[in-house]
Design a protein around this ligand. Sequence first.
Ligand code: XBP
Ligand code: MG
Length: 236
Amino acid sequence: ELKALLFDVDGTLADTEKDGHRPAFNMAFAAAGLDWNWDEALYGELLAVTGGKERIKFYLEKFNTGFNKPADFDDFVKGLHASKTEFYKQLMAEGKIPLRRGVERLIHQARRENMRIAVVTTTTPANVTALLTNTLGADSESWFEVIAAGDIVPAKKPAPDIYFWAMEQMDVQPDECVAFEDSANGIKSSVAANIKTIITINGYTQDEDFSDAELVLTDMGDPGVPFKVLQGSNYG
Ligand code: XBP
Ligand code: MG
């Protein structure tokens, strides 16, 4: 019996990466006096690694090896990332990033039908709060039974840990859940946790491998703007 819908955030609830996270990283770099600039193409490559702090480290390992790391490197990255979170919250408060098509309708319908809902993401909890409050309203965070986010588990997606943690909190089994994801790292995580997964693709993820998905959709659709089914048809 289906009891719970588990929602990824970035790329699934909203297209936050290109015009949210990416510029927030660049603003933090500039504020710290760094001449790093992550353009859209580079950011697409950096998305291979989930988690903002992890992504900054990956950038320095793979794309900017000449950077002279300070002795307190971990603290340096933490500081930079905290600044990025502040810029990200500002961008959300400006209302620049809407929810993806059909997301609001789906969440309201789930609530009406007493379906349990939760957030399962690698992003920082404050970012989830900022997105939800600025799109669905001030009290919308409380609609979600669990917000599984950020550093709650050390091994971020594609590891299944964050899904296991969320299901344990909710006391539900994998076959009582459906996960909504947008990326290869996301579905690796949910499928490794044995959860059936529905994908809504986006610009950064459209060419990724979703062969393990129950369904691959362009988006959630809305009345008058139907989605297209790209793969699978089990859930009409
Ligand atoms: C997406 C991510 C995150 C964000 C950055 O997570 O990979 O790392 O890009 O967020 P999901 P932070 O799709 O699971 O929501 O900088 O706060 O880590
Ligand atoms: Mg995602």
